[in-house]
Design a protein around this ligand. Structure first.
Ligand SMILES: [Zn+2]
Length: 606
């Protein structure tokens, strides 16, 4: 499963990694006792239940039960394979994984996404160099005319795709990249008809690499130089790039966003780059598409406050209504930034300057207020009023889930001189017809997991109090476990203890549990701060052991009794003898266990 990475390297990487700071790159965490708390990136929530335990190097969400160690976090969040997650952490903590330890076969298995990432990286370098070459002169001039400075050009790795059909193709071939792979990355296009081969997708365009949160290039945007069509062209979707899942610029602006406490949301990459050039750096761009839930989830990892720029026209107003629903459902405090005279942010900062922009943003109204006040406007003709009211009801009905809509209902009722109850009734009726904007998709906790509680508790104690491991060994309680998985986890802990290895790697053991409910329950127990005092632990361990033994003995007893009855009926004396011996043994064991517990009871009574 670990690809080409040797196990001792993985151990080293895990030991060096600090889970709180690594997760802190994606989730804003606040210290709470020994743990850290934040808003969960895996489900939508208002109050933080996403918990990171530096002691145990684990995370767990009490809202959606997602949990694991630093590798599982990255795998889940960024859709990485295990080796990719390990490599990512390795880069962060400065551990070098020798590439040559990869066999040919392993290389072939090496994740497809990683290959595309590498091709994109090569292409980015090619475009950057082309911009600096004589061929890129026109594009450079264009950038300067737009007020985009050198630092922005470098930061966003802007480049140029020269005119012609095979510049990139030839460059990539020289680098040993197969055209097929570059085609999959969206950089080349396969010829159709009689002619064979591939040609460059982007020609004579200014190139803007689109990066994911970690700064990996996942796609490109290209703006035509001159008169060609289309003016803007993006890479097609690929294994890495899904339209609407990305926020452009976030890798470069996320720290500023956290620092300033809000994000300015614009439409295109040039809006963002222009703002960045004048020093407004807490910006993200949605890249042309209507805002999506994935994008709202993404920004929420960094801030819950967004100021989004909208046009005051009809299209802008539709976009605003749709975004507002998503922001409300995503618990984002959104403000609407409306630039005067139909400016977009790019030409607004160029003509009016940074101070004016700051001023407009600072004055931006909460989006819901703006929507209700400005767009629904005052009263009109009867006909107009009816249309507006219909729009308002439909809007209100869609913001239902988990959002308090009463302040909005109140406002709209005021505008239309309606009774609040009347409007609320209309809204509820509309809501019952419309499909919910936010499906409840939290996993259900299984009752199977509840049944394992005792065994889980005991494993938890072994992990938290390694000094108790010897008690578990002495009482041979693992033999009585019902859950095969927990039993082998327990056995592994016994072996670790014998070899004198530390329990700090507990998280890596826990994530190996294949049964989801068990794994989640154990993580939940582990991440909680222990409510027990040290002197209570002996007793708790003893209790758990006794109960597990009792339960198992009772079950064995029941089975034996049944077998004895059957043997009696069948008159099988030989079998009866064996069964009686077994029953005696069981009785002896039952006597032995309370002795041991008695010892603990006395100890803990002190
Ligand atoms: Zn969660």
């Amino acid at each position: 499963m670990n690809g080409s990475i040797p196990n001792d390297k993985i151990e080293e990487i895990r030991r060096r990694a600090e889970i709180a700071s690594l997760i802190g790159e994606y989730v804003t965490l606040k210290k709470a006792g020994r743990n850290y708390l934040g808003l969960c990136p895996f489900h939508k929530e208002k109050t933080p239940s996403f918990t990171v335990s530096p002691d145990k190097q684990m995370f767990y969400c009490f809202g959606c039960s997602e949990g694991g160690n630093v590798f599982s976090f990255l795998m889940k969040l960024n859709h990485l394979t295990f080796p990719e997650a390990v490599r990512h952490v390795a880069r962060k903590v400065g551990v070098v994984i020798p590439e040559r330890s990869m066999s040919r076969e392993e290389k072939e298995r090496y994740s497809f996404a990683e290959q595309i990432r590498q091709v994109n990286e090569l292409a980015t370098g090619f475009f950057v160099n082309a911009l600096l070459s004589p061929a890129g002169e026109g594009a450079r001039e264009y950038l300067h005319k737009r007020g985009i400075n050198e630092s922005a050009i470098r930061t966003f790795r802007l480049g140029y795709a020269p005119e012609g059909w095979s510049h990139l193709l030839e460059f990539l071939e020289k680098k040993g990249v197969s055209p097929k792979l570059a085609e999959k990355a969206g950089l080349l296009v396969e010829r159709t008809g009689k002619s064979q081969g591939y040609y460059d997708r982007f020609r004579g365009r200014l190139m803007i690499p689109i990066e994911d949160v970690d700064g990996h290039v996942i796609a490109f945007g290209g703006r035509v130089m001159g008169t060609g069509e289309p003016k803007y062209m993006n890479s097609p979707e690929s294994a890495l790039y899904t339209k609407g899942n990305t926020l452009y610029g976030l890798a470069r602006t996320r720290d500023e966003i956290r620092e300033k406490g809000f994000a300015l949301m614009v439409e295109g990459y040039f809006d963002l780059i222009s703002l960045w050039s004048v020093g407004i750096t807490n910006v993200v761009a949605v890249l042309g598409t209507a805002l999506t839930r994935a994008q709202v989830d993404l920004i929420r990892r960094y801030t819950t406050r967004v100021a989004a720029v909208f046009d005051p026209d009809e299209a802008g107003r539709k976009a605003l209504a749709r975004s507002l629903e998503l922001f409300l459902a995503g618990n984002i405090h959104a403000r609407a930034v409306i630039l005067p005279d139909g400016h977009d942010p790019d030409d607004f900062v160029r003509s009016c300057g940074r101070e004016k922009m700051d001023e407009v943003v600072a004055k931006a109204l909460p989006m819901a207020d703006y929507y209700i006040d400005q767009i629904l406007g005052g009263r009109g003709t009867l006909e107009e009023d009816r249309d507006k009211l219909r729009e308002a009801v439909s809007f209100l009905s869609r913001i239902g889930d988990g959002v308090d809509r009463s302040p909005f209902v109140k406002r709209v009722a005021e505008v239309f001189d309606l009774k609040e109850e009347t409007l609320e009734r209309e809204v509820l009726r509309a809501a019952s017809r419309a499909p919910s904007a936010v499906p409840a998709d939290l996993p259900q906790r299984t009752t199977a997991a509840e049944r394992e509680t005792l065994e889980l508790r005991l494993i938890q104690m072994m992990l938290e109090y390694p000094e108790k491991v010897s008690t578990v060994r002495e009482t041979e309680v693992l033999a009585c476990f019902r859950s095969g998985e927990l039993k082998s986890l327990g056995e592994e802990l016994l072996a670790m203890d014998k070899e004198g290895r530390t329990m700090r790697d507990a998280s890596s053991l826990v994530v190996t549990l294949t049964q989801e409910p068990l794994r989640r329950r154990l993580l939940e127990l582990l991440v909680q701060e222990s409510p027990y005092k040290a002197e209570q632990i002996d007793r708790l361990v003893a209790d758990a052991i006794r109960k597990i033994h009792d339960r198992s003995n009772k079950e064995r007893g029941r089975i034996l009794t049944r077998k004895i009855r059957e043997a009696e009926k069948a008159g099988d004396q030989e079998l009866l003898d064996r069964l009686f011996t077994e029953k005696n043994k069981l009785l002896q064991e039952e006597k032995r266990i309370p002795d041991l517990h008695g010892k603990f009871d006395k100890l803990s009574a002190l």
